[in-house]
Design a protein around this ligand. Structure first.
Ligand SMILES: Cc1cn([C@H]2C[C@H](O)[C@@H](COP(=O)(O)OP(=O)(O)O[C@H]3O[C@H](C)C(=O)[C@H](O)[C@H]3O)O2)c(=O)[nH]c1=O
Length: 183
């Protein structure tokens, strides 16, 4: 397993070991002891799975307020995404900064998104499936969003005309977003 630290403190890109043979491959997509040793001691309590039928779907930018703030372990099991995190930890030296990673079923990369980050992705091919573990249960009441194209963040998405949910089209910009992450 290879772990690369993100530019934004706490974000990790994980490349699991892959066992290939004539049949195909096998990998352990999560293993509590191994992942704790590389800085993921979280007890994940929920697995999520989304399918996006078209390329150019953007889901995000989402996070949950404390005390239901989630850390996430994201991977792609079909297709390709451009996966983005935004530092929203008040007082962080990289507050409001973003970082993007290409995750795909082929590269088998996983992204660890700590609490204190908004998360979103853009699909790059049709029928992309994203699966991710979270360490706090979904809480609609604590679910918050930031506008995907907030000019103050300036994310360079692969598309300027994404397919969005009505919810994602109406999020506030970071300056107005309600969050309470004390860095
Ligand atoms: C997140 C979530 C949603 N839902 C229900 C609520 C809605 O009725 C429906 C679709 O939810 P939403 O439009 O928020 O789904 P996404 O846009 O894929 O949201 C996700 O997108 C970005 C990439 C994230 O990082 C978040 O984990 C998550 O918010 O599923 C649940 O029942 N449980 C859940 O954990």
């Amino acid at each position: 397993m290879k772990v690369t630290e993100g530019r934004l403190a706490g974000v990790k890109l994980i490349e699991p070991g892959v066992f290939k043979d004539a049949r195909g491959y096998f990998l352990e997509s999560y293993q509590a002891i191994r992942y704790a040793k590389v800085g993921l001691p979280q007890v994940f309590v929920q697995d999520n799975h989304s399918l996006s039928k078209e390329a150019g779907v953007i889901r995000g930018l989402h996070y949950q307020l404390k005390p239901e703030a989630q850390s996430k372990l994201v991977r792609v099991t079909a297709g390709v995404i451009y996966d983005v995190v935004v530092d929203i930890r008040q007082g962080s030296p990289t507050y409001g900064q973003w970082e993007g990673f290409e995750l795909s079923a082929d590269n088998k990369r996983q992204l660890f998104v700590p609490t204190g980050f908004a998360h979103g992705f853009c699909t790059l091919v049709p029928n992309t499936e994203v699966q991710y573990k979270v360490d706090r249960l979904y809480s609609k009441e604590h679910d918050r969003g930031i506008l995907w194209n907030d000019p103050a963040i300036g994310i360079k998405w692969p598309t300027t005309q994404p397919i969005l949910s009505d919810k994602d089209a109406g999020h506030p910009v970071l300056a107005k977003a309600e969050h309470n992450f004390k860095y």
